[in-house]
Design a protein around this ligand. Structure first.
Ligand SMILES: [Fe+2]
Length: 203
């Protein structure tokens, strides 16, 4: 069964002024669509491959484009309109996620500071993550390179640190993008993932 581009759960300009409409349109309709198309092509080729060597040759394309599709699908629902536009972006309400953030980081501000420092250090392209450690069930910050999906933790929040995610608006100033993104993070969605991960229903 082939993969399709999931629609955004909001308008392309919903995340402004933090993420521009131009970025969202290109990122969703061009970048993500390309990962979907290439994943479908790689899976079709894999299904037709008749030797181990042919299948091995497709591993990199499957990982890159499969990861790109998984990561972006999570990223879109990970964001929502900011609070000053009547949305819930950036608003962390009382609940299990807030309790876990306080337990692991002391405050949301500390988590954001640590996350931004860690992800600013990614060399080249990659993703920043807040995830649940499956052993300790605690929240941790980690990164993955390229389009590698997060496999060591259950993803709670994922942020695209590829230049295509911010360059048109923030140019080379990755720090400004990282500060801005917290205004549109959907903590309700993050809490849903956190609960799934910590209750063992999904990892
Ligand atoms: Fe991206």
């Amino acid at each position: 069964m082939s993969h399709t581009l999931p629609p955004l759960p909001y308008d392309y300009d919903a995340l402004e002024p933090y993420i521009s409409e131009e970025i969202m349109k290109l990122h969703h309709t061009k970048h993500h669509q390309t990962y979907v198309n290439a994943l479908n092509a790689a899976e079709a080729a894999y299904a037709k491959a008749s030797t181990p060597k042919e299948r091995i040759a497709l591993q990199a394309a499957l990982k890159f484009n499969g990861g790109g599709h998984i990561n972006h699908s999570l990223f879109w629902v990970n964001m929502t309109a900011p609070s000053e536009k009547g949305g819930i972006g950036g608003v962390l309400n009382d609940g299990p996620l807030k309790e876990a953030i306080l337990a692991s980081f002391g405050s949301l501000e500390n988590l954001q500071k640590e996350f931004n420092t860690t992800t600013a250090g990614i060399q080249g392209s990659g993703w920043g993550w807040v995830g649940v450690n499956p052993t300790t069930k605690r929240l941790e910050i980690t990164t993955t390179a390229n389009q590698d999906p997060l496999l060591t933790h259950a993803p709670v929040i994922g942020v695209d640190i590829w230049e295509h995610a911010f360059y048109l608006q923030y140019k080379n100033v990755k720090a400004d993008y990282l500060n801005a993104i917290w205004h549109v993070i959907n903590f309700d969605e993050a809490q849903k993932r956190f609960i799934e991960a910590t209750t063992g229903s999904k990892l």
